[in-house]
Design a protein around this ligand. Sequence first.
Ligand code: ADP
Ligand code: AMP
Length: 244
Amino acid sequence: MVAAHTGASVLTRSSVGPILERGNVVNVVLMGPPGAGKGTQAGTVADLVGVTHVASGDLFRELAQQDSELAQLVQAYMNRGDLVPDDLTVAVVMDRLDQPDCQNGFILDGFPRTVGQARALDRRLSEESRRIDQIINLVVPEDTLLARLSGRWLCRRCHSSYHSLFSPPTWPGLCNRCGGTLYQRDDDTLQTAKRRLRVYERDTMPVLDYYRAAERLVDVDGDRPVGEVSEALREAIMTSRMDV
Ligand code: ADP
Ligand code: AMP
């Protein structure tokens, strides 16, 4: 069987050295529809660049495990494939970005998903004299997205992403990275996946227009092998602060 994250071997810490050597903080937003490969790529690239991977979906899945009314509310939005309201989402994500491990840089995956969230992110970061250095959009056609979502398996412990056909784990049901148990998300059914893609078109595509209008967006073709996409992301991140 083929190991997941086969692209990881393409990149080494030394190949992203210039960013690390200059001691620059690199804050990246990774955009793309559900199933584009954000989690797969952000985990690998964040490890290599030495920044923190923050996935809003992971934050909400953790929150939903709690025994509270808020947890039930969040779970209901997720089960329907709807977005959690902006106020709560911005509060949860900004609280995470204020943690010490995000001060040296982060890759944001799954946020912002509305123009309101994008504006709040810019405003809140600038209040703290921080900023987003690079915004990357992973481009993948819809039929590929649905095929990816329907075969996705995730690690309960470290959130690594696998696919039953495209990148199966070495040992069925077990995470290559940490040995954790793999599971399939309740919202990865065909029906809910389609709903999430419609929500993406309605609420999140305007965020791409918002960033594109400010010439802040870089498109990366995500419809190729994991390693090739990782390499393209590395290049996009490498160029992000070379002029600073
Ligand atoms: P997202 O975080 O954007 O929703 P994931 O990273 O979880 O997407 O990837 C969705 C599914 O597609 C997973 O099963 C993952 O293993 C698979 N996948 C990710 N990138 C690729 C790729 N380049 N080629 C084939 N399958 C991929
Ligand atoms: P994801 O893991 O990114 O596919 O997100 C799973 C679910 O979490 C989404 O379908 C939403 O219900 C919720 N969610 C994640 N990120 C956001 C966000 N930025 N804004 C609103 N809801 C979100």
